[in-house]
Design a protein around this ligand. Structure first.
Ligand code: ZN
Length: 688
């Protein structure tokens, strides 16, 4: 493409059945926002479009489980998600939702156009039906055994165990998720998009046309889909939550969520244009518009194969220029999971780290899963904050501002003659806009963020080498030059850090009083202007940009995750079924007494065994107990215990054991004594 006239930038529509976490932010929203902020700073015409995906079966199931309406569910999470985006500085021009009337209209029209052009095929087939619920069982409404891996809890559309997608009718032993009944087969008609018909176009457009400019992970996935052979895909569903099928015979059916969701980008653009008094069409139909979809890797097939096929079939739309999908972010070595609560939720992060949105944006970008899955760790978060944001960026700015106030009452001094190092430093500043831009334009946001940090490094090193705090004592003129040059670097950073650290950039511009300049410096002017902060310009007082993250703060986050892990393990623990009943006589045969351990030592050459002397009230006897992996001998001496005293004695490694101490096990597998909950009971008392 020649230089685009305008840009349409979209981000995957988050599904409104829960809040969003760091994985979403790292994979989609922060990179998109960096790109858009950069485009705006470079003077481009850009519209940044988002919205909530509010249809689909999982929302109806969640609503059923919670006894509310699907609308209640989407209203709740749409509000939470939208607020998170505002909080983290994701600067949408419009954030809409697919339950909005404008979207229902737009998606309906889109369907009707394709239908009128004969772009669908209609087919009647047998689908699973729950007679009691009076409903067809789409996707997640049916559970059964996966035909591929044997997982007994596979969903109708996809097995979460092996990742295979299949049809609900492929499941072995299918069951209705609504009533638990075995479903029957019933005939129903659906509309299909014949993807196979578009294969030649997709082959040429992607495999030939985007060999060089699409990311290898995206290109590779597309190639494998196309090479596997494309098949017709149903665009309608038997469901009552969604956009009604606008065609004869469409009663009781809605558009399949994957069909309506990407059209949400178009309706959100329309909503924005209507509000701003603009024309939406050039943003979607003019060939000089560059359309870019930011998504995660789980969405590649929809944005690279299916949606383009829909747009092509419609006929009046442009196709995406690029789909820079990211891989997945893991958390402390494990896959992020909503159901297992293995995540850092954005609202919770803000509670724990108020005002520190930029730190998370920076860490997620510096470690973004651009080419492979990557791991977020709290240790890395702490290191990036303390060693980069605090020690380099924050330290440099703080020194510049404090010294300028101390030496010159905050007024930028006039430089005297520039030395070679000053000339070189000023020339290097001018190179940064292009260096960072080149990374951003190739969707390499990690690299771009590191170049931005390199500019801060340049400033930090310049000051450390020039040592104005020493020079001031011997050479007032030289000090002025040093501080002048350092202030130019600070001003360049205020502009160039904006896409990555928007909140910090605003703070820094305020500290440097950019608003008193003729106008705000543009990205390109950092490369072309000889002076960014002129001599005589007054700056403000120093203000803390970043603060150190202490070990205990990190430990708290790790403890939180550990608690999630334990809760999951506990939830997954199988409770043994009850044993056969016994009568009271059987029970009274057991003679259990309160006792006290009075001596303990390790059984030689046995990892698990302690040899105990126990006062049972009747006598003092030896009991060999398999508790050595949970307790040291010192820990158990003096412990009150429950002893089964009439268990037939048996020899363990040559030591006669006369009885058994009652134990249970904690969640983490450590043994726990079953003992009287007060010390005020005597040894030898019977337990009954
Ligand atoms: Zn499976």
């Amino acid at each position: 493409m020649n230089t685009p006239k305008r840009y349409t930038i979209t981000t995957a529509l988050p599904y409104t059945n829960g809040p969003i976490h760091i994985g979403h932010l790292a994979g989609v929203y922060v990179p998109a926002d960096i790109y858009v902020r950069y485009l705006r700073l470079t003077g481009n015409d850009v519209v940044f479009i988002g919205g909530s995906d509010e249809h689909g079966v999982p929302i109806t199931i969640k609503a059923k489980n919670e006894g509310v309406t699907p609308q209640d569910i989407v209203d709740k999470y749409h509000a939470i998600i939208k607020k998170s985006f505002v909080d983290f500085g994701i600067t949408y021009d419009n954030y809409s939702r697919t339950s909005a009337p404008i979207h229902h209209e737009t998606a309906s029209e889109f369907f009707k156009t394709l239908d009128a052009k004969g772009e669908f095929i209609e087919e009647t087939s047998e689908q699973l039906y729950d007679a009691q619920a009076n409903q067809f069982l789409a996707d997640r409404f049916v559970i059964g055994t996966c035909p591929k891996c044997g997982n007994e809890e596979s969903y109708g559309d996809q097995c979460e165990n092996c990742g295979t997608s299949h049809n609900a009718t492929d499941l072995i032993n299918p069951k209705s998720a609504i009533t638990g009944n075995v479903p029957t087969l019933k005939q129903t008609k659906h509309w299909y998009l014949p993807l196979d018909k578009h294969e030649a176009f997709l082959r040429e457009w992607i495999l030939e046309g985007h060999k060089k400019d699409w990311k290898p992970n995206v290109y590779g996935q597309c190639k494998s889909w196309i090479d596997d052979g494309l098949r017709p895909r149903a665009v309608t569903r038997d469901l009552d939550w969604g956009i009604p099928v606008p065609a004869e015979g469409g009663e009781g059916k809605v558009l399949y969520v994957w069909f309506d969701a990407p059209i949400g980008y178009i309706s959100s653009t329309k909503e924005w244009a209507a509000r701003e008094g603009k024309d939406w069409e050039p943003y979607w139909k003019d060939k000089d518009t560059k359309l870019v979809h930011f998504i995660g890797k789980d969405n590649i097939v929809f944005h690279c194969i299916i949606f383009p096929a829909m747009l092509k079939a419609e006929g009046s739309y442009i196709l995406p220029d690029n789909v820079p999908a990211n891989e997945f972010l893991n958390l402390e070595g494990n896959k992020l999971s909503t159901s297992k609560n293995w995540a850092v939720w954005l609202p919770e992060y803000l509670e724990d780290f108020p005002g520190q949105q930029d730190v998370l944006r920076y860490v997620l970008t510096a470690n973004a899963p651009e080419t492979k899955d990557n791991d977020f760790t709290w240790k890395d978060f702490q290191a990036r904050n303390n060693n980069e944001l605090v020690a380099i960026f924050g330290n440099f700015i703080n020194r510049v501002v404090v010294l300028t106030n101390k030496y010159y009452e905050g007024i930028v001094p006039s430089p005297s003659e520039l030395e070679q190092v000053d000339e070189e430093t000023l020339a290097t500043i001018k190179a940064y806009p292009d260096v960072i831009a080149s990374s951003i334009e190739r969707y390499r946001f990690r690299e771009a963020s590191q170049e931005m940090m390199n500019l801060a490094r340049l400033g930090n090193k310049y000051l450390a080498d020039a040592e104005p705090w020493k020079v001031i004592k011997v050479d007032a003129e030289r000090t002025k030059t040093i501080m002048y040059v350092a202030l130019q670097i600070a001003s360049a950073l205020a502009t160039l850090s904006e896409p990555f650290l928007p909140f910090t950039s605003t703070k820094l511009k305020n500290i440097l009083n950019h608003s008193n300049l003729d106008r705000e410096t543009t990205w390109k002017e950092v490369a072309t202007k000889s002076v960014l902060l002129p001599a005589g310009h007054k700056i403000g007082e120093a203000e803390l940009l970043f603060s150190k993250v202490e070990d205990e703060t990190i430990q708290k986050q790790l403890d939180k995750l550990e608690a999630s892990k334990k809760a999951n393990e506990a939830a997954n623990k199988v409770v043994e079924p009850q044993k056969d009943t016994i009568n009271f006589d059987d029970f009274t045969k057991l003679d259990m007494r309160v006792g006290t351990i009075i001596e303990a030592e390790k059984m030689p050459k046995a990892k698990k065994l302690l040899v105990l002397k126990v006062d049972t009230g009747i006598d003092v006897r030896t009991i060999v107990s398999g508790i050595a992996e949970s307790f040291t001998p010192e820990e158990v001496v003096g412990k009150r215990v429950t002893v089964l005293v009439n268990l037939a004695p048996r020899a363990l490694r040559g030591v006669e054991s006369e009885g058994m101490i009652l134990m249970t096990e904690s969640e983490d597998g450590k043994l726990v004594f079953v003992n009287p909950d007060t010390d005020n009971v005597a040894n030898g008392l019977a337990i009954s």
